[in-house]
Design a protein around this ligand. Structure first.
Ligand SMILES: NC(=O)c1ccc[n+]([C@@H]2O[C@H](COP(=O)([O-])OP(=O)(O)OC[C@H]3O[C@@H](n4cnc5c(N)ncnc54)[C@H](OP(=O)(O)O)[C@@H]3O)[C@@H](O)[C@H]2O)c1
Length: 247
């Protein structure tokens, strides 16, 4: 995402915890004629978020786009999740951090009567699968927050978009602690690349929309899940849960 926006001449702030990686990426973008400021921040911490926004304003004097992306999933049965390091931490980063970051960039956006907040949800924010309970709770929360905020701030010329990808080939799975007896996971050919998501977000920044599903056809799967929840329960139980769990 940073590379795609950097190529197009956007001036960037890159925020995450691992400064060495941010710094290497900022150098790479700089070497290609772009501009990126790396800032180490733990986006589960309000003080880090406030510092990040202040550093950004000090450096660039305005914020045009917030790409609210930090997040992770621990995809295990609920009783297998630690209440603090799995449950609380997911809520803290995926939901609370995202809300606090949006909140922190709003005053300068309202003042300028312009801005675009792009929140990263997930298909798990529309279809709640087993082993995704907490992750889905955070992403359903992201969806509700995004829809409400959009209606609050459109009067100021501020756009708020939700992007809802299916499976993407990133480091996400390395942190997800997925355990499958059946080995059932999304096949590689059905996974998106980070570049595909970056291109979709880039287009979204040029032409703001309320909602983006990735891949686009997933909107029909979401619609089916809403129309036939009992059927989905039955299929998920037969095809997945009964094969995975002792019962
Ligand atoms: N991959 C998928 O299949 C998929 C599907 C739908 C939605 N998503 C969503 O896409 C977003 C990005 O995930 P990804 O797939 O790109 O996973 P990823 O490769 O693991 O990247 C996660 C990013 O978030 C940062 N991050 C995590 N916790 C953080 C914290 N406390 N403070 C600051 N930064 C933090 C990480 O950097 P540091 O570790 O250096 O902090 C990293 O840059 C997430 O919101 C995820 O839920 C992913």
């Amino acid at each position: 995402m940073a590379r795609r926006f950097g190529q197009a001449g956007y001036r960037l702030v890159l925020a995450a915890r691992r400064f060495d990686r941010l710094s290497a990426l900022a150098d790479e973008i700089g070497a290609q004629g772009g501009e990126a400021l790396p800032v180490s921040a733990d986006l589960s911490q309000l003080s880090d978020i406030q510092r990040l926004v202040q550093v950004t304003l000090d450096h660039y004097h305005q914020i045009d786009i917030l790409f609210n992306n930090a997040g992770f999933g621990r995809l295990d049965w609920l009783e297998g999740l630690d209440p603090l390091v799995d449950v609380q931490a997911q809520i803290q980063v995926n939901l609370l951090g995202l809300i606090w970051t949006a909140q922190a960039v709003l005053p300068p956006m309202i003042e300028r009567r312009s801005g675009h907040i792009i929140n990263v949800g997930s298909l798990a924010g529309w279809i709640a699968s087993p082993t995704y309970s907490i992750y889905a709770a955070t992403k359903f929360g992201v969806r509700g927050f995004t829809d409400s905020l959009r209606r609050e701030v459109s009067v100021y010329g501020i756009h708020v978009s939700g992007i809802y990808p299916g499976s993407v080939d990133t480091e996400f799975r390395a942190h997800a602690r997925i355990r499958r007896k059946t080995g059932m996971i999304t096949p590689k050919r059905m996974r998106l690349t980070a570049e595909q998501v970056a291109q979709a977000v880039f287009q979204l920044a040029q032409h703001p929309r309320r909602v983006v599903f990735l891949p686009g056809y997933m909107r029909w799967v979401v619609a089916l899940n809403g129309l036939f929840p009992g059927l989905v329960d039955w299929v998920v139980r037969k095809r997945f849960v009964e094969r995975e769990r002792e019962h």
